[in-house]
Design a protein around this ligand. Structure first.
Ligand SMILES: [Zn+2]
Ligand SMILES: [Zn+2]
Length: 319
């Protein structure tokens, strides 16, 4: 049955260049097949890049060969940008080695790009830190969903906090209360409950809002620069439908830009992949959760975390 679905999806991709069925199988059913990347590469299709997630070493090496030559003509009509995004999505140690090499010794195609290969790595959700490839997201993933009849214990939405934002006078909001002792979330390595607290009024006008958390304690929003005089009413926040975690794990690439939301897994950015540098240790923060407009109330929120420094940040993108 599934075999048949995969075949149909690939046929659809080949015949009408429609990738929807393939994407659906990868994101919601967790199908991991090198056949998607193979067919996409042969058809000259590079988006969505998630098609390349489980590419075979052969497809990976063909992409590497195209970029590794000094000959400007080698790429033909392919674009370096497309090949780099696909390779970033494959993102294994071999890719990491070449990205570092091309970063240090730029190839002719580098001139046509705004950023170097290592910036592309983030599109695949990884970076190179101290010479090693480091993943910026968790492979485990649980969906976040609205549920009218959630019990208070199951509700991850924390509602308004008691403090108000000094810039816009909106109440701070505990966007997510994450219980690290919940077996499903043990992969996070958090001992106890943490609150992701932020200002919903200021977020759209600031790049990142940070909070410092303690496990099983309160979070403190770190003063941010600026904001806007835009009050979000408490009622609008506290009327929100509870948010619950799915019972079962979902595939790591479950999220999409606007609707499907999750804790863990690979984020789906609306714009370029955007990972925050931790203001304390200077390392890139890890993706923790994604909330689309239905859960966030406004734009897509990306929550990132530095567990070493116990800091979380909320970032925001919209079309
Ligand atoms: Zn504010
Ligand atoms: Zn840090």
């Amino acid at each position: 049955m599934l075999e048949e679905q995969i075949e149909n999806a690939i046929q659809e991709l080949r015949e009408s260049k429609n990738t929807d069925l393939c994407e659906e199988l990868i994101r919601t059913q967790g199908v991991q097949s090198p056949a998607f990347a193979q067919a996409a590469f042969e058809a000259g299709i590079f988006r969505p890049a998630v098609l390349y997630q489980d590419a075979s070493p052969e497809v990976r090496d063909k992409l590497i060969d195209l970029l590794d030559q000094e000959d400007e003509e080698a790429l033909g009509k392919l674009r370096a940008n497309d090949c780099l995004v696909a390779l970033a999505m494959i993102g294994d140690d071999t890719v990491a080695k070449y990205f570092q090499k091309w970063e240090d010794n730029p190839r002719p195609w580098r001139k046509s790009l705004y950023v170097g290969p290592l910036a592309y790595a983030k599109e695949g959700g990884w970076c190179i830190e101290d010479g090693q490839r480091k993943s910026l997201f968790f492979n485990e993933c649980y969906a976040l969903e609205k549920s009218e009849n959630a019990t208070p214990e199951d509700n991850l939405f924390g509602g308004t906090a008691s403090e108000k934002c000094p810039y816009c006078n909106s109440s701070y909001v505990n966007m997510l209360v994450i219980d690290g002792s919940d077996e499903r979330l043990s992969f996070l390595g958090i001992n106890g409950k943490i609150k992701i607290k932020y200002c919903p009024g200021c977020l759209p006008w600031t790049e990142s809002l940070f909070c410092r958390y303690t496990e099983d304690g309160e979070s403190t929003v770190i003063t941010h620069e600026g904001g806007e005089d835009y009050i979000v009413e408490d009622e609008d926040i506290n009327d929100q439908t509870p948010i619950i975690l799915s019972r079962k794990m979902v595939p790591k690439s479950y999220c999409e830009e606007f609707e499907r939301c999750a804790i863990g897994g690979r984020p789906a950015y609306i714009d370029d992949a955007d990972y925050t540098v931790c203001p304390e240790c200077g390392k890139l923060m890890m993706h923790l959760a994604q909330l689309g407009e239905e859960l966030s109330g406004c734009g897509t929120h990306y929550i990132q975390i530095c567990r070493d420094c116990k800091l979380a940040t909320v970032r925001y993108q919209q079309t």
